[in-house]
Design a protein around this ligand. Sequence first.
Ligand code: SF4
Ligand code: SF4
Length: 372
Amino acid sequence: MSITAKIKEYALDIGYSKVGIIPADSFPEYIADITNRSEMYSFFAKGASLAAEPRSQMPTAKSIITTVLDYSQKNFPKEMVDKIGRIYQARCYNAPPDRIHGARTQLMREYLGKLGCEVGTGIILPERIVAAKAGIVNFGKNNFAYAEGLGSFIYLTSFIVDQELEYDSPTLEVGCPKGCNACIKACPTQAIYEPQKLNPLRCIGFNNWFTQDGGPVGNFVPYDIREKMGTKLHGCDICQEVCPRNHKNLSAPKPDDEYLVQIAKDYTLPNFLHMTDDFYQTRVQPLMHNYIKHKKYFQRNAAIGLGNLGDPAAIPDLAQAMADPAELVREYAAWALGKIGGNKAKQVLKATLASETSDSVKREITTALLAI
Ligand code: SF4
Ligand code: SF4
């Protein structure tokens, strides 16, 4: 059996649904697209340059082995789907080696090492283009990659090695049914402004987790985006949920994920708003161990969610959040109170304005009071 055949069989054996291989050449189309839209991608300019040139990261690179993981084989609890993207619920996104999906990545790396391959570490790649070039996915107009028979609830992982292998043929086309634009119409923030063109700065998922102190865009969530975030705490699946290419998958009967069943009852907006360190470590990090580095960002997102629900029953929770030690939480609790409105919310805002010491929180309170 050839080394290529061995690699593909092993990948399928350990749970990947598809595997393909391409040469580790550069991706000129990727860097051209990012450069043409530099006003939307300035935060990722350096990362994109690296991703487009695999050999700038690993000079000995010869091949890229790319895999599809089907992460939607079990049910996602309904209490969680309007708050957390399915990919995070599935715990597969950049999972650490002591979690099942991270362990699979580790197994694959070890197997490639046993076959005599040097395997690159920490390599950034344009995963969707890699997988389409390897013929294991094609594109949706919503920018997601779709695997035949699976849809878009898939996670792509690549392994870059120093061996020449047998290469696959590309499927770089859009595979959407003629005339469908459901994802573009459904996106609440108009982040998909034309087929296959997404403005990340307007995407809810991006605003959930990229807006952190010290990050490329700071911690501020623009007001017009907040209004459209609904109750999304981490990730948004709307443009995949409406997609006819996912309907079969979404409506198929599946077993429950007992771990998610166990924790779903804790996934309430007030629990996230008043999050303790213990809650953060035991309920949040096991799912979302990657991007959000501090509990205050989840608390902020929960405040936005409560504001968007507009239910006055949340006023006591938001009043309590106005005493949170994190300035960021108080700012967004003030916004949420302004969004809910009414006399009770007004009273809370006026009372806290008198004792508030932070200028940024005072600004949010004043803006919120003007909105009531
Ligand atoms: S993930 Fe949500 S906000 Fe982002 S493009 Fe899709 S529907 Fe729009
Ligand atoms: S919703 Fe329609 S246009 Fe959008 S990705 Fe799905 S099939 Fe394509």
